[in-house]
Write a protein of this length. Structure first.
Length: 182
C-alpha cells in the first residue's frame, strides 16, 4: 500500500488594514521590496534606499491609510503577516480604458511566503473589491524587468496597454501599465 503525503496547508486570512497596521505594512513593504529588487544590477543601492525610506516609512503608510480612496489588504498565514495589497480607487493613466477604475498599486509577499497562495488570494480579493464597488477596469504598473510579476499578472488577464515612469530615487525607470476589464 502506497502512503499518500499531503502538503500541510497553512490557514491564510485576508483582512482590511487599519491605522494600527501601519508599522507592519511598512516592514512588509520594505522587506519585500528589498528582497525583490536589491540584487538587480539596474538598481543602485542609494536609489533603493531613497525610495524605500520615502515609500515605506510608517508616516507614509499612515497617510495612505487615512485616504478615503486607498485600501490596504493584509494577508496573514497562521497569524503572521505574509504580504499585502495596496489598492486605490479612481486613479488612472491616459492609456486606461473605462471611467470607473481601480489600481493595484502594490502586491507584495515576503519571500518565505511566496508559493503559498498569498499573491493569488490577494488578487482574488482585489477583484472581489473591484466588483463590489462597480469598477469597470483594473490596472497596475509593473517594472519592465520584473518578468515574474508580469507573468503572474498575465495569468489573471492583465495586458500591457502603455508605460509610465517609476521614480526609484534619482533613477527614472520604466513601468509597464497593464489593465483588464472587471
Amino acid at each position: 500500500m502506497q502512503e499518500e503525503t499531503k502538503k500541510e496547508k497553512l490557514p491564510l486570512k485576508i483582512r482590511r488594514a487599519n491605522a494600527a497596521d501601519a508599522e507592519v505594512l511598512a516592514r512588509i513593504g520594505w522587506q519585500s521590496f528589498d528582497e525583490a529588487f536589491a540584487d538587480h544590477p539596474a538598481n543602485h543601492p542609494d536609489d533603493m534606499r531613497v525610495y524605500m525610506n520615502e515609500a515605506f516609512s510608517v508616516r507614509a503608510i499612515e497617510s495612505d491609510l487615512a485616504e478615503a480612496k486607498t485600501v490596504y489588504l493584509i494577508a496573514e498565514i497562521d497569524g503572521e503577516a505574509a504580504g499585502y495589497a495596496k489598492i486605490k480607487f479612481d486613479s488612472r493613466e491616459d492609456c486606461i480604458a473605462g471611467e470607473k477604475t481601480i489600481e493595484l498599486c502594490r502586491l507584495y509577499a515576503l519571500d518565505k511566503f511566496i508559493g503559498k497562495g498569498v499573491g493569488k488570494n490577494l488578487m482574488l480579493k482585489f477583484f472581489e473589491l473591484a466588483a463590489e464597488n462597480h469598477r469597470e477596469t483594473a490596472w497596475l504598473g509593473v517594472w519592465e524587468f520584473n518578468y515574474r510579476a508580469q507573468e503572474f499578472y498575465r495569468k489573471f488577464g492583465f495586458e500591457k496597454c502603455g508605460e509610465h515612469v517609476f521614480q526609484l530615487g534619482s533613477d527614472p525607470q520604466t513601468d509597464w501599465v497593464m489593465q483588464r476589464k472587471i
